[in-house]
Design a protein around this ligand. Structure first.
Ligand code: PMP
Length: 393
């Protein structure tokens, strides 16, 4: 037995390389924005989740600096021990007010919010129904909970209902989990129908609004608002790290739900509280989202301009654009190698829009994310480069 127990890691890494699935980081050496310095090269940025352009906003910076000066850099403990600050409660109340729920609780990331909520709400005797394209944090939360997991094909209410008919009565509690804006596709879940199905089969519904908060709905409250479902009972999860330009996650819902999570969600109880700087920046952002609807309006003008330019300039070309109703727009490509080549071509032409490959997604693609801070010329340049890309691929 003199085998090296770690040797398999190198072999596994070699397999990842062979499949063109190897991932590495790229360095941005500038403030976040529509134009960034990527590994020393000036590029137009279509790879950011900073949908409203708040991550570099001076008001967020100032709020973070003031919070550091008042409360220090670290929160020094978990919320239930020494980590709780008034700032956390202020932010939670602001989130609840935006979402029109009774209460909210902030986590140290959106990933931890999903894991914490799912593991607190269901266990071994329960059932989870999960959309096939759900984010990793929902999927891993489901696995960690120990519940029986049934995946249904993307947005297929028919199969969901069929599975509920077959399995619901064999389980104590049932939780439906879904992204509202699908992060790697850009389409939306059929929320009103899902809420009806949840009601009919006596299930809870957990909705991940990570890419919808600040973006969807008249006031930016998310897909719940977009679909006119405000006030219906469900569990709303989200992140502070995308349109809100900070870091952290949250769950919003009834007083009872939030109180329960504060007592039962392990990724909230046993982790250090969100830092004062992140909390203060998110609090400043959420107020700006309420006070400056023009940011969201500009984002949607940009999305519509891009769609218009694509349909005017790239008609009948072999560009497989996935259906999108959000700032996320994807071009599906035949395989990982082609997606990598496309990403490289775009970067050489000054466009940062990354290739997304398995295992993150089932099929390789270029993913474009729009921001309120893109100018017309940025969008025009993107379409011009895409024209060249189609010929090159
Ligand atoms: N849910 C979805 C749909 C996401 O896209 C992400 C982030 N990629 C998360 C949750 C996790 O959020 P965070 O980055 O705050 O951990």
């Amino acid at each position: 037995m003199n085998d090296n127990p770690y040797a398999w890691i190198e072999e596994s890494l070699a397999t990842i390389h062979r499949a063109d699935w190897y991932r590495s980081v790229q360095t941005i050496n500038s403030l976040p924005g529509a134009e960034v310095l990527l590994s020393g090269q000036e590029v137009i940025n279509f790879a950011s989740n900073d949908y409203l352009g708040l991550a570099a906003d001076e008001r967020l910076q100032k709020a973070a600096i003031t919070a550091i000066q008042q409360f220090g850099t670290g929160s020094t403990g978990s919320r239930l021990l020494s980590g709780h600050r008034e700032l956390h409660r202020d932010l939670e109340q602001e989130i609840a007010s935006t979402k029109q729920t009774q209460d909210a609780v902030v986590f140290s990331s959106g990933y931890l919010a999903n894991i914490g909520a799912i593991t607190a709400l269901v266990g071994k005797r329960d059932l989870i129904l999960s959309d096939q394209y759900n984010h990793s944090s929902l999927k891993n939360g489901a696995i960690l909970s120990g519940a029986t997991i049934l995946e249904y094909p993307h947005n297929s209410n028919e199969v969901l209902i069929e599975k509920l008919h077959q399995q619901r009565q064999n389980h104590r509690r049932c939780l439906l989990i879904t992204d509202s804006v699908f992060s790697m596709d850009g389409d939306l879940c059929p929320l009103p129908e899902l809420l009806d199905i949840a009601e009919e089969f006596n299930c809870m519904l957990l909705l991940d609004e990570a890419h919808a908060t600040g973006v969807m709905g008249k006031t930016g409250a998310g897909c719940v608002e977009h679909f006119g479902c405000t006030g219906r009972e469900l569990i709303q999860i989200g992140t502070l790290s995308k349109a809100l330009g900070s870091l952290g996650g949250y769950v919003a819902g009834s007083n009872t739900l939030i109180d329960f999570l504060r007592n039962r969600a392990p990724s909230w109880i046993y982790t250090t509280a969100l830092s004062p700087a992140d909390t203060a920046a998110a609090l400043a952002a959420i107020k700006i989202v309420q006070q400056e609807p023009q940011r969201r309006e500009q984002l949607w003008r940009n999305i519509n301009y891009l769609k218009q330019l694509i349909s005017d300039n790239l008609p009948n070309l072999n560009l497989n654009i996935l259906p999108s109703e959000s700032p996320i727009l994807c071009f599906q490509l035949s395989d990982a190698a082609t997606a990598l080549k496309a990403g490289k071509h775009l970067k050489e032409a000054g466009i940062f829009a990354p290739a997304i490959r398995p295992p993150t997604v089932p099929t390789s693609r270029i993913r474009i994310t729009m921001m309120a801070t893109h100018k017309k010329q940025h969008i025009e340049k993107l379409v011009e480069v895409l024209q060249g890309l189609i010929k090159a691929c």
